[in-house]
Ligand binder design. Structure first.
Ligand SMILES: NC(=O)c1ccc[n+]([C@@H]2O[C@H](COP(=O)([O-])OP(=O)(O)OC[C@H]3O[C@@H](n4cnc5c(N)ncnc54)[C@H](OP(=O)(O)O)[C@@H]3O)[C@@H](O)[C@H]2O)c1
Length: 245
């Protein structure tokens, strides 16, 4: 129970990887606001922790909506210690045919959405000496044809993490990121169902298996907990040893 009495926001915390992260935080005793546009698996998450898990309808592309989210977390739990900027989407397609609206949707959700979260959470996190964990991806540093928008958004998150760590250190706020590889939840599970894709990845994985959401959740807990207090501005790869330059 390393996070007992702490309060967290997890965007996209209602399904997939976000749900696993929320569950890991709840198991460590935190109160968690799961924020997304729809409730999805919220009932299942609430079963784990009763009134320590609450839903807030949020669109991370809208700064007003994200402001309302952080205000809600502060009012509901009386404090905010952790913001996990996890909400993300992907739209595949080569750059010469990708619809500009899809590019905008990916960058707006993944990168600008993370910026909105950091900005809106800062006034509350500075009161508690809290931290931010952004969710990047193995594709932030590797080229995958057809995933330019997604990769660029995640590369931006890596740099945003370092920039925010430098700027917010004066307020006692740490900012880190977790870069998951092939995870058997959410988007990753959809890839794992594709034999061709899995066949390609499998050869490159030292672990020989996809990761679990719980394994990513534990990395977030580490960065958010006192054990992670001396880690700042770091992008932690949780990818089973992905041998892919
Ligand atoms: N799964 C993997 O293998 C893997 C690997 C590396 C990185 N990641 C990253 O992990 C994060 C979670 O992905 P996932 O795999 O769990 O995908 P997912 O199952 O599709 O979940 C995405 C979550 O984000 C929410 N979301 C999307 N757009 C939003 C918006 N505009 N405002 C608020 N919430 C929004 C969704 O809820 P609503 O649609 O209801 O809003 C949903 O809860 C993403 O950042 C992804 O890039 C995943």
């Amino acid at each position: 129970m390393r996070l007992r009495g702490r309060a967290a926001v997890v965007t996209g915390g209602t399904s997939g990887l976000g749900r696993s992260i929320a569950e890991a935080l709840l198991r460590e005793g935190a109160g968690v606001v799961c924020a997304a546009r729809s409730e999805r698996d919220m009932a299942r998450i609430a079963e784990l922790a009763g009134d320590r898990a609450v839903f807030h309808c949020t669109d991370v592309r809208d700064p007003g909506s994200v402001d309302a989210l952080m205000r809600f977390a502060q009012q509901h739990f009386g404090r905010l210690d952790l913001c996990v900027a996890n909400a993300g989407v992907t739209r595949d397609g080569p750059v010469h045919t990708l619809d500009p609206k899809e590019w905008e949707e990916v960058i707006g959700t993944n990168l600008t959405g993370t910026f909105h979260c950091v900005q809106a959470a800062t006034p509350y996190l500075r009161q508690t000496g809290g931290s931010v964990v952004a969710i990047s991806s193995a594709l932030s540093t590797r080229v995958s044809e057809g995933a330019a928008a997604y990769s660029v958004s995640k590369a931006g998150i890596d740099m945003l993490t370092r920039a925010c760590a430098a700027e917010l250190a004066a307020f006692g706020i740490r900012v880190n990121a977790v870069a998951p590889g092939f995870i058997s939840e959410g988007m990753g599970s959809r890839l794992a169902d594709n034999d061709l894709v899995w066949g390609e990845y499998h050869k490159r994985l030292l672990s020989g298996r996809p990761g679990t959401g719980a394994e990513v959740g534990r990395a977030v807990v580490f960065l958010a907990s006192p054990e992670g207090a001396y880690v700042n501005g770091h992008v932690l790869e949780v990818n089973g040893g992905l041998r892919w330059a």
